[in-house]
Design a protein around this ligand. Structure first.
Ligand code: ATP
Length: 252
């Protein structure tokens, strides 16, 4: 699955938050959106998953835009939000069933996948529990299970590493690797740069709603070699520079 974001301008009111963003995610690639609080990562994701409509520019999944076929577009995406969103009146079993219906999945194939994932995340005995009984991390795992049982060809994961325990983070990274091997593309946003550096194929740096740099780790190191040797060091130096130039503009 190829996701192409081309000259995306968008936001919440008439003033755009995103300004002509262009980047892509290729087949089987794990790409991370990196940016400070308020840079526009979640807004970008909200446009890609079809929750927001661009002011201008295009978003395509293998050439398909949302307006071409809303259902087909949305069925190609599975989304794991930063804050788990579960239906309070539905049990874990009913969440899985709802996903199976929404994505038109084969019952037995999907339940086989679900059982394997529920076991991995130690939720297999909690199928009749309601979200109110789950911890935040457990809710996040339910969302991951629901996303990973689908046949979606693009996985969008907003900040996967903060609410999960270290074992679950490792399991999630392995699951992402398996999906990548099947050709699924993965877009995530994260502030956990050490983990991102180890696992992501490419990085899209977002500053103030614009793509400030896009590249692989070797490309980033080559471009910014004077700033450091790791994604964390390079990104901290870049973010400080950007912050200084913003306050200089404001001071003018
Ligand atoms: P974080 O790392 O804190 O999650 P982010 O990069 O995901 O940040 P966004 O949530 O995309 O940032 O926010 C980008 C800009 O859009 C910010 O200026 C924010 O104030 C604004 N914004 C976000 N949500 C809304 C909303 N619902 N209505 C109006 N403006 C919003």
């Amino acid at each position: 699955m190829t996701l192409k974001v081309n000259q995306l301008t968008g936001g919440y009111s008439s003033i755009p938050v995103l300004k002509a963003e262009t980047f892509d995610v290729q087949d089987g690639e794990l790409v991370s959106l990196i940016g400070l609080n308020g840079a526009g990562k979640s807004t970008t994701i909200n446009h890609i998953i079809g929750l927001m409509t661009p002011f201008s520019g295009t978003i395509t999944l293998n050439g398909l835009q949302i307006q071409d076929d809303v259902q087909r577009y949305k069925q190609q995406i599975a989304y794991v939000p930063e804050m788990p969103v579960l239906y309070p009146e539905l049990t874990l079993r009913e969440h899985v069933e709802t996903t199976i219906m929404a994505y038109n999945l084969d019952q037995s194939v999907a339940w086989e996948r679900a059982e394997r994932l529920l076991k991995l995340f130690r939720l297999e005995n909690k199928l009749d529990w309601f979200p109110a009984n789950f911890s935040k991390g457990m809710r996040q795992k339910v969302m991951i299970v629901c996303a990973f049982i689908t046949d979606a060809q693009l996985l969008v994961i907003d900040e996967p590493f903060l609410g999960l325990d270290p074992l679950a983070v490792d399991d999630l990274l392995n699951l992402i690797d398996q999906k990548k091997e099947e050709g699924v593309s993965v877009l995530m946003s994260t502030h956990v740069l050490d983990t991102a550096e180890k696992h992501c194929d490419r990085f899209v740096l977002i500053n103030d709603g614009q793509v400030s740099y896009e590249g692989t780790m070797p490309q980033i190191k080559e471009r910014y070699h004077e700033l450091g040797d790791s994604l964390t060091d390079i990104y901290l130096a870049l973010a400080r520079q950007q912050d200084r130039s913003k306050s200089n503009v404001k001071g003018d």
